[in-house]
Design a protein around this ligand. Structure first.
Ligand code: NAD
Length: 291
């Protein structure tokens, strides 16, 4: 396929490189980053999109997606599919979908889970909103970049699934970290905590697959000085999107709101920026009940 790929950052570059390595013709554009191996650099987003069967965007936020979309949609060929893999507001996805469909294009919002490791290894999970026809067209590309793609319903539903998942992730990571820090103070070893919880009803992805305690459980950012991984500021972004969506939908989400407040404090007022989101454990460890 002819593929335009816009946004060649930490996630986009390895995703584009995997598509090129699988034999697709990929033209990439980024305002700053260089094109990875196998990807031809275009001089603008519109040039990357021109003549492509599929245009993929992997951008920082919804405002940038909206601005890139105004450039890219007019340049795309009729019947081509616009796939946004960024994490953005549900509303932004639905609005850009409308614009794309009004111009005779297919649309999928397809945010991912799996992080930079999943992008490099081609093992991402795609949560997809849009039409079945567009999904079938893009499925072979999802299979190269990831291990699973789930069609969650019409445009915007991929983003809805992503923020619900990440709201669970943020809340669960905090619960796991505060329990580890409390266990320390109760004289329980971290290994014993892991051995019990990872096989008991407190188990979770954050405990079993991404354990925030160094030297315990599988390799994780905790074993690498809490270098991200998934940075705490990205968790603030996703929890913020979740709260905005909850407000718009009148959903009661007290745990999600508490997780956002804690991660925001960690990033803005403490030393969380640039650390993995599992660095909540040393944060709790250094505190008592009154701060
Ligand atoms: P990043 O900042 O590394 O990459 C974004 C890229 O977009 C940058 O290279 C930037 O130069 C480029 N860009 C910005 N404006 C542009 C424009 N107008 N035209 C072209 N390029 C432009 O971010 P990332 O970590 O690759 O994340 C990308 C998206 O994926 C975000 O929405 C993020 O929330 C989501 N995400 C990230 C992770 C992760 O672990 N990093 C995991 C899941 C989802």
């Amino acid at each position: 396929m002819e593929i335009g790929f816009i946004g060649l950052g930490n996630m986009g570059a390895p995703m584009a490189a995997n598509l090129a390595a699988a034999g697709h013709n990929v033209r990439g554009f980024d305002t700053i980053a260089d094109a990875p191996e196998g990807v031809t650099r275009a001089s603008s987003a519109a040039e990357a999109a021109k003549g492509a069967d599929v245009v993929i965007t992997m951008l920082p936020n919804g405002a940038i997606l909206r601005s890139v979309a105004t450039e890219v949609i007019p340049a795309m060929a009729q019947g081509a599919v616009f796939v946004d893999c960024s994490t953005v507001e549900v509303d932004a996805a639905r609005e850009v979908a409308k614009q794309a469909e009004a111009e005779g294009l297919g649309w999928l919002d397809a945010p991912v889970s799996g992080g930079v490791g999943g992008a490099a290894g081609g093992t991402l999970t795609f949560m997809v909103g849009g039409s079945e026809t567009a999904f079938e067209t893009v499925q072979p590309l999802f299979e190269i970049m990831g291990q699973k793609a789930v069609l969650c319903g019409p445009a915007g539903n991929g983003q809805a699934a992503k923020i619900c998942n990440n709201m669970i992730l943020g809340v669960t990571m905090i619960a796991t970290c505060e329990a580890f820090a409390m266990a320390d103070k109760l004289g329980l070893s971290r290994q014993a905590m892991f051995d019990v919880v990872s096989t008991s009803s407190g188990y979770s992805w954050t405990m079993n697959a991404y354990c925030p305690a160094p030297g315990v459980g599988p390799q994780s950012p905790a074993d690498n000085g809490y270098k991200p991984g998934f940075a705490a500021e990205l968790m603030v972004k996703d929890l913020g999107l979740a709260q905005a969506a909850a407000e718009a939908a009148d959903a009661d989400t007290p745990m999600g709101a508490a997780a956002l407040a804690l991660y925001r404090q960690f990033v803005e007022d403490e030393d969380g920026r640039g650390q993995d989101f599992s660095a909540m454990l040393p944060r709790f460890e250094s505190r008592g009940r009154s701060g």
